[in-house]
Design a protein around this ligand. Structure first.
Ligand SMILES: Cc1cc2nc3c(=O)[nH]c(=O)nc-3n(C[C@H](O)[C@H](O)[C@H](O)COP(=O)(O)OP(=O)(O)OC[C@H]3O[C@@H](n4cnc5c(N)ncnc54)[C@H](O)[C@@H]3O)c2cc1C
Length: 246
């Protein structure tokens, strides 16, 4: 738990207690698996996994497989399972694909050199990327779709027993569902008023909050595209160090 008393933060961990003038929260953007509430309406016979618990296809039971969520996690999991069996992939957006590497360089190296990782959230490029979302990196899923190993479905609307309904009015009888539906924030341990917005996300400017001494690092689009990436977090860290020194 983190509380503020006077000018000091009181931090209680499962082992000990600390007091600090400054607290920098770097708990990452992937805190709590997000699974839609209607997952509870699936029959107990259906194997359900969040993408964070998926390791390989041997975890799955006999029968049809549905992956919900067409981001990079959903795409990679789908493609891996499709090597062994037919997979349904439910997505609410159109796919765009990009190579994972160019020559012998990973695509993020190229993004870095082109300045894309440095695009701020309010810049023209930054707004465009946020609107479009990330492409799928690599063409393996595209190939599996073309070969008929992956069947694309629309957005998942609800579940009942073994039946899942999609927004194109189609239904499917499934036996395995993998929720590649992302993560939500969990700041239930942060007992400091005025820090979180109505959406439960931190209110900050480049990681600096309105509460003196409280900072965030590693949030997606904290300042730039690269803020939550290994190649980009250093810029934000340097900025916060300057603020801390002041
Ligand atoms: C599938 C996937 C693929 C990715 N691929 C890439 C990639 O190719 N390149 C790239 O740059 N980035 C990639 N990322 C993003 C990458 O995960 C982040 O860049 C990096 O992990 C962020 O590091 P972090 O330390 O900020 O957060 P994390 O690595 O999430 O670390 C946060 C830590 O805080 C701990 N924590 C949380 N709450 C508390 C608490 N209350 N008390 C104490 N500790 C707590 C957590 O246990 C964890 O150890 C990927 C992410 C995912 C999910």
């Amino acid at each position: 738990m983190v509380k503020k008393k006077g000018n000091l933060f009181h931090i209680t961990s499962d082992r000990t207690e600390y007091q600090a003038k400054n607290v920098l929260i770097a708990t990452g953007p992937f805190q709590k698996p997000r699974i839609p509430a209607f997952a509870n309406d699936l029959s107990k016979d259906v194997l359900q996994l969040h993408s964070s618990d998926y390791r390989n296809p041997s975890q799955l039971i006999e029968g049809k497989v549905l992956v919900v969520g067409g981001g990079n996690s959903g795409a990679q999991i789908t493609e891996e399972i499709a090597r062994e069996r037919e997979v349904y992939l439910s997505t609410s957006c159109r796919f765009s694909f990009m190579p994972l590497s160019m020559g012998n360089r990973i695509i993020f190296w190229c993004f870095d050199k082109l300045g894309i990782l440095k695009a701020s959230s309010t810049s023209y490029i930054g707004r465009k990327i946020q609107k479009r979302g990330d492409p799928i990196f690599g063409f393996e899923l595209k190939k599996a779709i073309q070969e008929g190993k992956v069947i694309i479905k629309g957005r998942t609307l609800n579940c009942n027993g073994n039946i899942v309904t999609f927004n194109d009015d189609s239904l499917h009888n499934v036996h395995n569902v993998i929720w590649a539906t992302g993560f939500t924030s969990d700041y239930s341990w942060l007992d400091v008023t005025g820090i979180l917005g109505e959406n439960g996300k931190p209110i900050h400017n480049r990681g600096v909050t309105n509460v003196p001494g409280l900072y965030f690092l590693g949030l997606p689009w904290q300042y730039r595209r690269g803020s939550a990436l290994l190649q980009g977090v250093g810029n934000d860290a340097n900025y916060l160090m300057e603020q801390l020194k002041k």
